[in-house]
Design a protein. Structure first.
Length: 369
């Protein structure tokens, strides 16, 4: 089919090129829940809602989720009611297993111990030591540029005088080339000083000492195994105590005795900092505690530290612990306040906004009365 209007082809082509990015941008436009501007606006609305109703935001504010800024704070001293003086930390703490017994290290058997052959020393003093001294003189001169060639090179290596002074098993090859021990003058950095002392058998392997060390290591290994088994038993007992303490804290939490739960969990987190369940329930217990002028500063700092160092899975655990507290009049406000923060931190902004709106219900009823 021929085009009746060829002069319109180029303008229509250019118009198509300009229109394509517009349609592409519209199709690729992000959803509102992931748009950065929408996120910021939603969080700002929640914070404005808090400000209008006089509620207190958790430490670092909701914008901590958006900005990711983590500030270091000094945790104030814990109040007296948190401490549990009758509890022994060592009974709840795991001990690492030992690789060696304290003060009783394993004896080295990788290298065979050696003992001196004393009767050969007088022989070496007469036959070996003078030859080593002469050989050492030529080895030292061999490193001096002006003297090495005539003395060491000609008089000691070309004329093989060194066979008289060096031990027969360690003589250099002719012209000073290195031997099977990598000792030489021309092509080796090692001269091989004191060749007679090293090759006359002044020491020998001490087989008896090696056997004694091996037997001693067997005894030490048995004692180490027994000690480590004792440590394993202690760690199992400590784990049982930690599990019992966590169960007691959960029971106190379910009975709404949040102070007792917080005491036990604070101690448990101290001895087992990586216990996810204990850290999550501790945060929920502290959030549920009523206001107290003597401990509010410490409590808020502890909650902030626990929340900011939690993984997403642990944040979900805290959320599940706080949800039942929304139905209780005494804990409703605190639970909803931190649920807003947690939902925002998890990215559930719609739920965070709904939770923040739920906080208005008691305030509206109070104003109407």
């Amino acid at each position: 089919m021929t085009n009746k209007y060829p002069f319109l082809s180029i303008p229509l082509f250019l118009l198509g090129l300009l229109a394509t990015p517009l349609f592409t941008a519209t199709a690729a436009e992000p959803l509102p829940s992931t748009d950065a501007a929408w996120t910021t606006q939603t969080l700002s609305e929640i914070e404005s809602l808090y400000a209008r109703n006089g509620w207190v935001l958790p430490e670092s504010g909701l914008m901590f989720y958006q900005e990711g800024n983590e500030t270091s704070r000094t945790i104030s001293l814990a109040p007296d009611w948190v401490e549990m003086p009758g509890m022994n930390l060592r009974l709840y703490t795991d001990k690492p297993q030992l690789k060696e017994l304290p003060g009783e290290p394993f004896l080295d058997v990788d290298k065979t111990p050696r003992q001196r052959v004393w009767w050969k020393y007088p022989v070496y003093a007469v036959v070996g030591a003078p030859r080593d001294l002469v050989d050492g003189f030529f080895g030292g001169v061999g490193k001096l540029p002006l003297f090495n060639l005539p003395l060491t090179g000609v008089m000691y290596e070309v004329v093989p005088t060194q066979v008289v002074f060096r031990h027969w098993s360690d003589t250099h090859r002719w012209l000073g080339l290195r031997n099977h021990n990598a000792h030489g003058w021309i092509d080796s950095e090692e001269w091989g000083f004191f060749s007679n002392a090293h090759n006359m058998g002044l020491t020998r392997e001490d087989i008896a000492e090696k056997e004694r060390r091996t037997k001693q290591n067997v005894v030490l290994q048995a004692k180490l195994k027994e000690t480590n088994q004792s440590i394993i038993d202690q760690n199992r007992a400590a784990e049982t105590k930690r599990e019992a303490l966590l169960a007691e804290a959960m029971a106190s939490f379910q009975k709404r005795d949040f102070r007792d739960a917080a005491r036990r969990l604070h101690f448990l987190v101290k001895v087992d900092p990586l216990n996810q369940s204990a850290r999550s329930l501790l945060a929920a217990s502290l959030i549920a505690l009523p206001a107290d002028a003597t401990s509010d500063g410490w409590k808020r700092m502890m909650i902030s530290r626990l929340l900011q160092t939690h993984s997403q899975g642990m944040m979900m655990e805290i959320k599940q612990s706080l949800l039942p507290l929304v139905a209780l009049p005494d804990t409703r406000t605190n639970a909803l306040t931190y649920l807003v923060w947690i939902n925002a931190r998890l990215g559930n902004l719609k739920e965070a906004r709904e939770t923040a709106m739920a906080l208005r219900t008691p305030a509206v009823e109070k104003n109407q009365k």
